[in-house]
Ligand binder design. Structure first.
Ligand code: NZQ
Ligand code: ZN
Length: 392
């Protein structure tokens, strides 16, 4: 077992200012959260909110506010489209943004929030981590539990012209409030529910499956989220209008990525970093790319992650039989099987990709200066090549 000098639990910061409004009918409460003299820009995606009644609920709640709209934000939001939103917000002197949708609309809105006052090339916000000093305030109405964007400070934007998908963060983009009404998720297509479960599961693993630092509470919280997803995810798929299952799933997704379980522990976001490149290059859903990479990453890093993998095997999957190597293998298989049971294939070949994609992913990671990766910063481009080879 490799040991690391310095324990993150010795000293850490945690900050999260987001007010959560959880439950049925909570959309009506947004009127109290947004100043009445605000000039509000509602942002949304391809139109699901107009089919499931969310749009009407928001309009009714904001009947006394000045509200403009910007729709048409795509999954994996594209810079090229967001530039139009920034232009509109500047021209109309918007003072408050309200994102209504999943992670893509929320991330897009965070980008718009910092882009409006930004001076310079807006892509520099992502590609050059340009310093951000101001942002419009924003709120969210979440319609897809998955990313945790509703309660964190991260945003991911794609530039279609160069097939690049990059993330940034700023405390300025924490939403002022987020409405989590589980009933608005009843209209989700089955595969998006599954995507959300896999995304939340992966976020949790990335803050948990590293090496032990005696962070007892963070470990137990992560295990609780994983167990709840394993229990409630399939219930949601089997009974799409089961409010309790939806509510549990929604809260899991938020807590899995609101920066709480990651406080004071080592983290390994390499699955996400590799996966973002796959989405940028081949257009696969975010969660699909995670389901492909995570089992291979765990297999490849099973030695350095061994202690936590054994804990994961015992506490989450109830695996107690066999030697260490066998229990680790069983835990990785159980994870892969869970993803597959939700309907996500876990091999590149299932999406028509073969080994020819490996070099392209490696080149993109290199270009974006994203390696080394991992909790020990020991995953090199050559390691990524091996991980991708295991994913074919
Ligand atoms: O566009 P509309 O018509 O609204 O349809 C959306 C979209 O097609 C649909 N949908 C959402 N809510 C619905 C619904 N359909 C029916 N009923 C509802 N209630 O679902 C589709 C996918 O939406 P999207 O927002 O793209 O999904 P998701 O929430 O999974 O977000 C994915 C994006 O978030 C980024 C991903 O990289 C990706 O770009 N992430 C953001 C993170 C963050 N900010 O912290 C972390 C994540 O790891 C992730 O990287
Ligand atoms: Zn994710």
């Amino acid at each position: 077992m490799i040991t690391i000098e310095g324990n993150p639990m010795d000293c850490f910061d945690f900050y999260n200012p987001v007010k959560v409004l959880f439950g049925k009918g909570k959309i009506a409460a947004i009127a109290n959260e947004i100043p009445t003299d605000a000039r509000v820009l509602m942002t949304y995606g391809g139109g699901s909110i107009k089919k499931n009644g969310v749009y009407e609920q928001v309009k009714a709640a904001l009947a006394k506010h000045t509200v403009l709209e910007f729709g048409g934000i795509t999954p994996n939001p594209e810079l090229e489209i967001l530039l139009d939103a920034v232009k509109l917000a500047r021209t109309e002197e918007i003072t408050y943004l309200l994102a209504i949708g999943g992670g893509s609309v929320i991330d897009a809105t965070k980008f718009i929030a910092v882009a409006v006052p930004f001076v310079g090339d807006l892509w520099d916000i992502l590609v050059a981590n340009a310093p951000l000093t101001a942002a419009l305030p924003l709120g969210t109405v979440l319609t897809l539990p998955a990313t945790g964007s509703e309660m964190n400070s991260y945003f991911v934007v794609t530039r279609r012209s160069s097939q690049e998908k990059l993330q940034s963060r700023s405390e300025l983009v924490f939403p002022r409030f987020s409405v989590l009404d589980p009933t608005v998720t009843f209209s989700l297509p089955r595969h998006q529910i599954s995507n959300g479960i896999v995304d939340s599961f992966t976020h949790t693993l990335e803050q948990y499956l590293t090496y032990p630092v005696n962070a007892a509470l963070q470990d137990r919280m992560a295990e609780s989220i994983l167990l709840t997803l394993i229990e409630e995810g399939p219930k949601t798929l089997a009974a799409p209008t089961d409010y309790d299952a939806r509510a549990n799933l929604m809260w899991c997704a938020t807590i899995a990525d609101n920066e709480l379980i990651g406080a004071g522990v080592p983290q390994d976001w390499s699955t996400h970093m590799i996966a973002h490149e796959l989405t940028a290059l081949y257009g696969l859903d975010h969660a699909v790319t995670l389901a492909i990479i995570m089992p291979s990453l765990l297999t490849y890093k099973r030695d350095t992650k061994g202690a936590k993998l054994l804990q994961f095997a015992r506490r989450v999957w109830g695996i107690t039989q066999g030697n260490d190597e066998q229990r680790i293998s069983q835990a990785i298989s159980a994870t892969r099987n869970f993803f597959e049971s939700l309907g996500l294939s876990t091999r590149l070949r299932d999406y028509g990709l073969d080994s020819s994609c490996i070099s392209e992913v490696i080149e993109s990671l290199d270009k974006h200066d994203l390696v080394p990766l991992g909790e020990r910063q020991d995953i090199t481009l050559e390691d990524v090549r091996q991980i991708l080879s295991l994913s074919i």
